[in-house]
Ligand binder design. Sequence first.
Ligand code: GN1
Ligand code: MG
Length: 546
Amino acid sequence: MADYFKEVIEQSSLHPKPAGLVLQYGTAGFRTNANQLDHIMFRMGLLAALRSKKTKATIGVMVTASHNPEEDNGVKLVDPMGEMLTATWEGFATQLANTEQEELLTALKDIVKKEEINMNQEASVFVGKDTRSSSASLSQAVLDGVHALGGHSKNYGLVTTPQLHYMVCCKNTHGKYGDATLEGYYSKLCQAFLQLTKNASNRTDDQKHLCVDGANGIGALKVREMESHLKKELQISIFNDGSEGKLNHQCGADFVKVQQKPPTGIDMNSGDRCCSFDGDADRIVYYYTDSQGLFHLLDGDKIATLISTFLKELLVQAGLDLKIAVVQTAYANGSSTHYLENTMKVIVRCTKTGVKHLHHAAQEFDVGVYFEANGHGTVLFSKSAEEKLQQLAEATNINDERKKAALLLQSTVNIINQTVGDAISDMLLIEAILAIKGMTVQQWDAIYSDLPNRQLKVKVSDRRLIETTDAERRAVSPAGLQEAIDTLVKKYSQARSFVRPSGTEDVVRVYAEANTQESANALAHEVSLAVYRLAGGVGDEPKPLH
Ligand SMILES: CC(=O)N[C@H]1[C@@H](OP(=O)(O)O)O[C@H](CO)[C@@H](O)[C@@H]1O
Ligand SMILES: [Mg+2]
């Protein structure tokens, strides 16, 4: 076996691990200050090459830290069908990342043995990066890792995270999903957009206009690249395009969702339809300000509602009996769940936080719409649903209404990036739906009213003390915490609250909603105090909110 690893020994000394550093492959891969990541990148290049040999398929590696500050970076691996890395291999990633330099070969051989990997198998890895200044040298370290194991690589350079997922899926499905090029991605999505909107009744230039906050990141560059494919049917003003501002600083989807206010750097008039991407363009939220200057956010829940309503109506018109469901997490606004279940009568599922959980749950339905409240989401169509749609779209013996619905559904399948949440693809679908329905952003917003809500963080000495059940909606430990929450919730009207340890930060997250903002704030504060007292809070006691 030794020969396969000769280069690894030589190359790994150029990517040394700082002694003692321990990192975890979390919900969103590795993420920390960029200075600590060179060895991780090299090792993820090695791991991707092994994963490729194991699956006999192309694997993706994306260098990004999404909505984190510019100084951070990170890395995520992409499995053959464009989905996130499978759980066992997340474990291997963590082991490999934390192995001291001199043990690296042993750790690699261990994986080869456990997974029975044929080292003579070729390896192929696609690599992409976001716009962070550290991304150039870090993606080179990934490539070094791939090459050290004799793997082939294709370096896509600057791409959004979902674009890299898309390329991997295209490659491994031999072009069935599309061409594994940026040109292929833009033309597939934009053609579907033009198909969807071609019969939308005379829209004015105002109605075709959208303001996009690119978070000073990769999304802005890619929207600009795509623009000419849209043939002015969507007219985009890009703000925070990275030419001046700092990545994710006071802008982007995460800022807008958490702060519940517009990003800086955007020039918006009252009523303008606006959206924000995050730093790697896999999340999107919409918003506008009304004539009184009040800010209105249309988050992942509102997006899921718009899309699932549209799809459900089309399925009925097409006469297709397909099972459609919406998958959410505990952070979904109670009003959205209530509207979906009681008015729309669609199945709603709640999973643990983290996109892979939502993705898996959505795969159980013919049509699975999944969104986290923060705006990460997409739609999945089962193979058999896609086949039925195809047959119907090609059928000659059906009436015009059914035919029209089938064609719209087929274009929806083409516009959606089913591999992962994709801000660009979601944006095009949302814009198409609004155009087809002749709906303004205000009318979309009025479908239901969000319950006022508040998210807080509490620092504790060991957040793992908090264990949850029922898709994180109830705490089973420490003793007494859930009872305390139940008692507090009863004081307020239409109230709900839950706590869970964050998977990406060293904090416990507290969520509360109620019929007024004052009540939501008060409940969130009281629950924070309960966490602080019962789960080993550190630092000052949480202060009431004003
Ligand atoms: C409340 C919230 O927005 N949590 C986010 C955040 O996870 P935490 O485990 O809550 O830190 O980051 C995840 C990765 O980006 C994302 O999937 C998730 O939705
Ligand atoms: Mg992201």
